[in-house]
Design a protein around this ligand. Structure first.
Ligand SMILES: Nc1ncnc2c1ncn2[C@@H]1O[C@H](COP(=O)(O)OP(=O)(O)OP(=O)(O)O)[C@@H](O)[C@H]1O
Length: 232
């Protein structure tokens, strides 16, 4: 299978944290591939390695050994500056603490990764407006994060994650701090994004119903893949 159809390749990925004298095996040799356009849930008990995996795929943390390729490229072969520009261009983040910048409006927050990438302001603005419309926030684009509900903030984070057409979207408990109605809205939005933007999404979730509704679930236990299930 050529690299062009694969968004993610992970080979024997290990992460060892040194805690005092002890080695803590957070990931003990994990291998899997994700095709472009797939939406995959990462599930498993607390401490099983889900966040560690997400952080390494997001290039926010480096592996102890093993290899990851994002769209056929190894981000860790680059220097720190090129790693951050790789991250900004190719990976979209939707984390529970959405990290919207409080002094910027919904529109400006959405535009930010596009401006950092050096695209023209006019194009980025047009695209950001369209994305905010797609997540149902066109009437809120000039609001600041503090003037938006938790669910609305999370929708801004989704629009922001899409602005550079990333090859991979990483989401960490995107609905974790929302009530069930808003959580359902976010889950529906994920399914829509996958269809509309043909995005590749890896989402860590504790929500059993959401995970069960997705076509693939990778279950971790003690830093290893316990199962990798596909629903038909
Ligand atoms: N910076 C760190 N230093 C030392 N140990 C760590 C560090 N980060 C995580 N760990 C340990 O690595 C293991 C995996 O943690 P990780 O956060 O990936 O689990 P998780 O599945 O995301 O858990 P949760 O569902 O509770 O968020 C745990 O045993 C954790 O204590």
């Amino acid at each position: 299978m050529g690299a062009n159809v694969l968004a993610v390749q992970v080979e024997n990925l290990k992460k060892i944290y040194k805690v005092g004298e002890e080695d803590l095996n957070a990931l003990g040799g994990v291998s899997f591939q994700i095709q472009k356009g797939e939406i995959v849930a990462v599930i498993g008990e607390s401490g099983s390695g889900k966040s560690t995996l997400l952080h390494i795929l997001g290039t926010l943390d480096s592996p102890t050994s093993g290899k990851i390729l994002i769209d056929g490229k190894n981000p860790f072969e680059k220097n720190d500056k090129s790693i951050s520009s790789f991250r900004n261009l190719h990976i979209g983040f939707i984390f529970q603490h959405n990290n919207l910048l409080p002094e910027f409006s919904a529109l400006e927050n959405t535009m930010m990764p596009g401006l950092i990438a050096g695209y023209s302001e006019k194009n980025v603005r047009q695209k950001a407006e369209k994305l905010l419309e797609n997540v149902g926030l066109n009437k809120r684009k000039n609001h600041f994060p503090s003037q938006l509900s938790g669910g609305e903030q999370q929708r801004v984070a989704i629009a922001r994650a899409l602005i550079n057409d990333p090859v991979l979207i990483l989401a960490d408990e995107p609905s974790g701090n929302l009530d069930s109605k808003n959580a359902n809205l976010i889950h529906e939005l994920f399914k829509e994004i996958k269809i509309k933007f043909k995005s590749t999404i890896l989402v860590v979730t504790h929500n059993k119903e959401f995970a069960a509704a997705l076509p693939r679930r990778i279950r971790l236990r003690d830093g290893l893949i316990l199962s990798d299930e596909h629903s038909s």
